[in-house]
Ligand binder design. Structure first.
Ligand SMILES: [Zn+2]
Length: 247
């Protein structure tokens, strides 16, 4: 029952994420302007804004001008819905899991925008920082875990940034790891970074092999995946790792 609700709520938020993904890089307002077709500018009616279902009913085309609607729209909705379902299944419904859902949605937007533009919008890192502060408030006794989390990986990356004069890593990646570190705490933040590096290098190498050309590496999507995995399974992974030394 709760899980179905989490999934449907995720679909709905997913449809808002599409708006963010399209408008944030163009510096358009994400809240006041009504949804409109990106080809003909026609304002989309409420009954054509039902996640996934509208896309299927319209056959992936604008009702007004019949131009193609990107398959990205239903995919992002389904992805966000499925991840909410996964979070609810693993963590239940509580303050931490609701914050985790909000974090996940921000990570999806960051991943897609960084993949396309090689930039992580500052406002999204501010949003994650706010989530981290709310989480810190509810888990005050462990404040040091989170404060160290905010600086451990980001501090290391800042040194790397200075040493390579900004060629090794992007400023947006550093701010992302600071914001995510505040949310995750230092153990899970380091884990998130390791997962991001492994995923990034493996997938990047495969892409270069397949296409036989150089790609500029957008690190954001891999860091986002690492942060997500560490966010839901981090404590389990870290504890299993520590206990493997203490048998
Ligand atoms: Zn149209």
């Amino acid at each position: 029952m709760y899980n179905t609700f989490a999934f449907l709520f995720g679909l709905l938020i997913g449809s808002f994420l599409n708006v963010c993904i399209f408008r944030i890089p163009r510096k358009e307002n994400i809240t006041t302007t009504r949804s409109h077709c990106t080809s003909c500018g026609n304002v989309i009616k409420w009954y054509d804004l039902v996640p996934v279902i509208s896309y299927l009913l319209l056959g992936g085309k604008c009702r007004n001008c019949k131009s193609k609607i990107s398959v990205q729209y239903p995919l992002i909705e389904i992805l966000n819905g499925s991840l909410y379902l996964l979070i609810a299944g693993v963590m239940g419904i509580n303050i931490k899991s609701v914050l985790m859902m909000a974090l996940t949605s921000a990570l999806i937007v960051i991943a897609v925008i960084d993949w396309r533009t090689y930039e992580i919008p500052f406002g999204l890192n501010v949003f994650i920082t706010v989530l981290g502060l709310i989480n810190l408030f509810f888990d005050r006794t462990n404040w040091l875990l989170y404060v160290v989390g905010a600086v451990c990986v980001s501090g290391f990356l800042l040194i790397l940034y200075a040493a390579t004069k900004g060629r090794g890593i992007g400023g947006g990646d550093i701010k992302l790891m600071a914001a995510a570190g505040l949310f995750l705490g230092w153990k899970n933040c380091i884990l998130a970074f390791i997962i991001g590096c492994v995923l990034g290098s493996v997938i990047h190498l495969i892409r270069m092999k397949v296409s036989k050309q150089d790609h500029v590496l957008a690190f954001g999507p891999y860091l986002a995946a690492g942060i997500f995995i560490a966010g839901i399974w981090g404590d389990m992974i870290v504890n299993a790792y520590i206990s493997s030394f203490t048998v």
